[in-house]
Ligand binder design. Sequence first.
Ligand SMILES: [Fe+2]
Ligand SMILES: [Fe+2]
Length: 477
Amino acid sequence: MTSNIDYIDKIPNNVDLGRDRVLQRALEHWQPAYMGWWYDMGPNESHNYDVYLRTAISVDPEGWAVFDYVKMPQYRWGIFLVPPTAGREVNFGTNKGQPAWQDVPGEYRSMLRRLIVTQGDTEPASVEQQRMLGMCAPSLYDLRNIYQVNVEEGRHLWAMVYLLHRYFGRDGREEAEALLDRRSGDVDNPRILGAFNEPTPDWLAFYMFTFFTDRDGKFQLSSLAESGFDPLARTCRFMLTEEAHHMFVGETGVGRIVQRTAELMAEHKVDDPDHVRALGVIDLQTVQRYLNFHYSVTLDLFGGDVSSNAASFYTTGLKGRYEETKIDDDHQLTDATYRVGTVKDNRVADEEIPALNALNERLRDDYIGEVQAGVDRWNKVIEKNGIPFRLRLPHKGFHRQIGNFAGFHISPDGDVLTEKQWNAKRDEWLPSQSDYTFVQAMMTGRVVEPGKFANWIAPPRRGVHTQPIDFEYVRFN
Ligand SMILES: [Fe+2]
Ligand SMILES: [Fe+2]
C-alpha cells in the first residue's frame, strides 16, 4: 500500500487497481456512464471552463493536493483510501475486539450495502441540486468554490462505487448503475433521502446547504469511519478531508452575506426588512427563515429518534458513534440509556430510552452542538456592527417530517400548536414564495470581473490557496 496516487492508470487510485483486472474492467465500464452523468447533470455550461481546482495527489494529511487550472470533465476522479492501520479491530458492538473485517461479513452484507448506497446517493444528488447556480455566481472566487465542491462530490460517488464494485459483485454493480439513474427531485426516480430532493434555487440556499447538509455528511462519514468494515472506514476518512472545505464554503458564505447586510444596516441606520431589502441586500429575517428550513430538513436526515436499524448498525460493528474510539464507555451500550425529545400531553418532553435505539438522536445532538457554534460566529459578525438582531436555531421539533416530532406542529420556540395556528405563522418561520422571488431577483447574472463581488455579499478575507482575492479563478474561454 502506497500513500501516493497512481495517475498513470486511467482511473487514479492508491488501491493497486492494476492488479485486479476484473475490478479494473468493471470500473472502466462504469466510468463512461459516470462521464455521461457529469455532462448531463454536472454544472451547467461549465465543460469548457478552466477552473483553478485542487486535485488530490496523496492521502498524506500534509500536502495531499495540488492547485491548478483544470477543465472539470478532465478532473482526475479516482479512488483514494487512507492507509490501513496495522492490527485495527472492530471497536464497538457485539463483535468488539475481533480483527477489523477486510471483506464483507456474509451475515451483514445487505445491511452494509444499504449503508454504502445511502451515503453514495447523496453525493451526485447535491451536484444535481446545484447545477444551475454557476449562472448567477456572486464572484469568480465563489464560482470556483462551488465547482470545487461539485467535483469532490463526484469523487465521493467514486469512493462509494469502488466499494460496491470491489466487495459486492453483481448486485454492487447494479447499485452503482442505479446511483447514476436516480435524479434529485425526480417524481418517478428520486434520490433516496428527502433533503436531497429539495431544490437549491439560489446562493443563500447553497451556502445554507453546505453549512447544514454537508455537515450531516461529515457526521455520517465520521460514524462510518469507525466501521469494523475496514475499507469503508478508510475511504470515509479520506472523504472527510475533502468535506471540511464544503462546510467552510457554507459557513463563510452565510457569514459574508450576514456581514454585508449588517454593515449596510449600520451605515444607513435601518432595521426594517423592507428598507434593508431596498439597499440590495438580504434582510436578516429572510436569512433566519432559510436557516430554519435547511436546519430542519437536515435534522431529518439523521433518521428516527428511536431506531432499531441504528441499533443493528451499531451492535454489528458497521456504523459507530461520532468519535467512537474517543468515548470512555464500554462501547456495547447494553445497559445505557439516552434522552430523546418527544411530545406528551401536547407539550414537548424528554424520555429516556435504551441508548442503542437512540443512536440517530445522539449523532443529531453531536451535530447540533457543532452547528450552534457556527451560528454563534455569525452572530458575532452582526454584533460587531452594532445590530441587535440575533440568528438562532429553532427548536429541534420544528418542521420535522421524521421521528418523534413528525406529525406535530411545533413552533421555533418549542410550543405544540394546532395545524391552523402553525400555518398562520408559516411565512414568518420558513421562506415564502415571495422570499425566494426576492432573493433570486437579486441573483440574476453572474459577476465575472476578477476581484468584484455582487452587492449582497462581502468579499472573503483571503483568496484560495496562495492566490489573491482578485485572481482569475475561472476562465470562460
Ligand atoms: Fe460528499
Ligand atoms: Fe460535501
